[in-house]
Design a protein around this ligand. Structure first.
Ligand SMILES: [Zn+2]
Length: 320
């Protein structure tokens, strides 16, 4: 296993080296072939930036969607973790290594969300890594001295930090696009502000004592803090998913004690643990929420805004 990984990295690096050389060659055709030797990979990257736009890679679909709203057509945006796979338990592939190596910038959430990123980047020396949560206020995981990563479930944090950090980065890397990026960001922020106002008015229809979100991963802390809910989960992070009998019975007691009206599950997590709680308490699972990824095309939740709309509609109808 270890040997084959190393082999893939070796092959990937060889391939990248070849591509960089080819890239340099083609970018200097106009200036004459003798230029090839002095042209480093940095100049090659700059040439492709101005001609084809920024090559942007995000770790997850949520961040890629936000970046797409800011960058528009002036760049190419992709993400690493396929929709449907759990980002916190992801294992990068050799082609991820290749894609990240080729990108101008990698946007990550940080805060213990992409635990696999360090290993992926260990063999890439010159990648521009930006954590979109930089500067944001955080909430700790329960019982641990680690930050909870799920800041995106509070729309205000998207406006103040995710959009801001992405915008500043693309302007820095592509100053000529500043006006376009700012205009796109303004348009997106007004949509996000509309979403925020809608969420506040929707959740106000839930009776105060019913504002409790119980879900497998305790991912709704920022949402709960922003929109006035209590929340708990069977475990803290999917990366440490356990679903032990003790964790299950703790939530069973809590659901009974607080007369919780409904239970929720995530789109990217097995529902069997929550089904145990449903069976023990008779309280129904009323819907699936998007926590760590947007929905697939045609799911009705294939953007950050639509994912939040789906979540709030599901929460409101489940708890009313
Ligand atoms: Zn999560």
């Amino acid at each position: 296993m270890q040997i084959s990984k190393k082999f893939y990295f070796f092959v990937s690096m060889l391939l990248i080296f070849t591509l960089v050389m080819v890239g340099c060659g083609s970018s200097t055709i106009d200036e004459g072939v003798e230029g090839v030797e002095d042209v480093g990979s940095i100049e090659g990257a700059e040439a492709s930036e101005s001609s084809e736009g920024l090559e942007i890679i995000a770790t997850v679909s949520i961040i890629a969607d936000i970046a797409t709203n800011i960058v528009g057509d002036r760049g190419n945006i992709t993400y690493l973790v396929p929709i449907g796979e759990e980002p916190e338990e992801y294992e990068p592939t050799p082609s991820d290594f290749q894609r990240v190596s080729d990108a101008d910038v990698l946007f990550a959430n940080g805060l213990n969300f992409e635990g696999w990123l360090e290993q992926l980047l260990a063999n890439i020396s010159d990648i521009e890594l930006v954590h979109v949560t930089d500067g944001a206020p955080t909430i700790k995981l329960v019982g641990q001295d680690l930050d909870d990563p799920h800041l995106w479930l509070d729309v205000k944090l998207i406006i103040d930090y995710y959009v801001e950090n992405i915008l500043n980065t693309v302007i820095r890397l592509d100053p000529e696009g500043e006006d376009i990026y700012r205009e796109n960001a303004d348009t997106y922020i007004s949509k996000l502000q509309e979403l925020e106002d809608w969420i506040v008015s929707e959740v106000s229809t839930i009776p105060e004592e019913g504002k409790v979100i119980i879900i497998s991963e305790n991912a709704f802390k920022y949402f709960a803090d922003a929109y006035g809910f209590e929340t708990d989960g069977i475990w803290e992070l999917n990366a440490h998913e356990e679903g032990t009998p003790q964790q299950i019975s703790r939530i069973v007691e809590l659901v009974k004690d607080k007369n919780v009206p409904a239970l929720f599950v995530e789109t990217t997590v097995s529902r069997r643990y929550m089904e145990m709680i449903e069976n023990e308490t008779g309280v129904p699972i009323v819907g699936e929420l998007y926590t760590d990824a947007i929905g697939k095309d045609g799911s009705g939740a294939d953007s950050y805004i639509k994912m939040m709309q789906h979540n709030v509609e599901t929460i409101v109808s489940g708890l009313k």
